[in-house]
Every structure is written in C-alpha cells, then in structure tokens.
Design a protein around this ligand. Structure first.
Ligand SMILES: [Zn+2]
Length: 263
C-alpha cells in the first residue's frame, strides 16, 4: 500500500495525504497550493463535479522528427501513458453556479504543460466554441511555455490563440484567465494574460523569461518575490489573487457580474 503520509515541501510538516486531498490540494498547515492535474481541476470546479470533455480526439504529432535526449514521438507516448491524457490541456463544457461555461485546463504533468500545436489548437477550439455558442470562457493556465520540440509550430500558437480571443472580445463574451503555478513563456505572452479578468492562485510563478535570464540581461538583482502572484498584483499585472478554496465561488460571482446575471 502507498504511504499515507507525506511532507509539505513548503512548511516541512508531516501530513496525512488524505487531508491534503480533502483540502483541494492545499496544505492544511501552511496554505501552500500544490500543483494539480487538469482532470482534478475540472472535478473540483464544476457544479456537482459534472462536465463533458470536448476535443479529446486530437493528438500531437512529431512533425519535425525532433530528437534531443529522446525522440519527441517517444516522449509524447510516455507522457500520454503516464498521465492518461492525449495532450497537456483538457477542454470541457459544464455549469458553474448554474451558468453554462466552456473551460480549458492545462496540465503541468504532461511535458511541463508546454504549448505545442495541439495545445494551441484545443485552446483555440475552446475559444471559438465559446464565441459560436455565446458561452463565457475560463482558461486555467499552468505551463512552462512554448514546446521546444515543435519549434516555430509551437510559437504560431501565440498568434492563433490571441487572434481567436480578439474575436471573442469583439463578440462581447467574457473570458476569465486563471493562472496557476507556474505560468511562463509563450503561455503568459498569449492567452494567459488576455482575460477580461486575469487572476492567479497564491504564490504562483508567473512571467515570460525566468529570473536568471532577466538578471543576466539587465545586470541587476531582482527584488524578493519578483514574478510571484502577490508581487504582480501589487504592480498591476494581475486583477486579483484568489485562494483555491474560494476560487469556485469567486468565478461564479465574477461571471454573474460580467453577464449581468444576478441570480
Ligand atoms: Zn505546508
């Protein structure tokens, strides 16, 4: 049997695993927000945990026949087997406080939540579906950025997703972006920062380039907490920082406000 105990890497306390699970993957002792998989995210989000998965039939391909320490095609296969996902994002439709919504949730456990062509395509399909069906959109980002193994094909997703979001905006349909730890690189540089509301979980690493690259470029020491949610909120890059335990209610309230629906 699996060890029922674990240590919180933040406060070092020994904790009963089930207590963390029951607390939405948040440390009951220090409030540290553990990373969660896309499916768990969706299950804790929707009314009664019920939702319909969409676009689950598109799979990534190794178009460039890329190989680093391993063939990209094998890396994909390994990640698919380990996570049970076809790619690093899940699209879903369901209800949130009775309001029908389209949701995309990224999964960091699939190749670091990197944004390949299929991730970009699924995000775009979610946006286009929200536009066509006039349903509000919520995207949970959790991503190391563009997927190196897909080169420029990966970078093209920034433009594609951003253009689709512009059309959603023109149609007057609300989009809420939720940034989880970490949201970096091309994901931050596209859809993650384009919400009508951009909100983040506590202490999430959010940025474009990493702190080391920035320090080397500007030759200055960065302030403490730089690129963390609270710092970014203070400096106007985010609209709010919301704890996971209140996130669902926060989203319901925000959607009602944006849709002019008070009941
Ligand atoms: Zn802790």
């Amino acid at each position: 049997m699996d060890n029922p105990w674990t240590r919180c890497n933040n406060c070092q306390k020994i904790l009963y695993k089930q207590d963390i699970l029951d607390n939405r993957f948040v440390c009951p002792s220090c409030n540290f927000h553990f990373r969660i998989a896309a499916r768990e995210r969706l299950e804790m989000l929707f009314d009664e945990g019920k939702f319909e998965l969409l676009d689950d039939n598109i799979f990534p391909v190794d178009a460039l026949h890329f190989e680093d320490t391993q063939k990209y095609s094998l890396r994909l296969e390994e990640n698919q087997n380990r996570t049970g996902l076809s790619e690093a994002v899940l699209n879903a439709r369901g209800k949130l406080g009775g309001i029908e919504v389209i949701v995309s949730a990224m999964d960091f456990y699939f190749m670091g939540g990197s944004m390949g062509s299929v991730v970009g395509e699924k995000i775009t399909r979610a946006i286009e579906r929200a536009t066509a069906e006039k349903l509000p959109l919520v995207i949970f980002s959790c991503s190391g950025g563009a997927r190196m193994q897909e080169g420029a094909l990966s970078l093209m997703q920034l433009m594609k997703t951003s253009a689709a979001l512009a059309r959603l905006g023109e149609a007057g349909i609300p989009y809420i972006s939720v940034l989880a730890d970490p949201t970096t690189g091309g994901t931050t540089a596209s859809y993650a920062m384009l919400g009508d509301l951009n909100i983040a979980e506590p202490n999430a690493l959010i940025g474009f380039a990493g702190p080391r690259v920035i320090e080397q470029t500007i030759k200055e020491k960065l302030p403490k907490g730089f690129q963390r949610s609270e710092f970014l909120l203070q400096h106007g890059l985010l609209d709010d920082v919301v704890e996971r335990r209140t996130l669902r209610n926060y989203l319901v309230r925000a959607l009602r406000l944006l849709l002019n629906k008070y009941q």
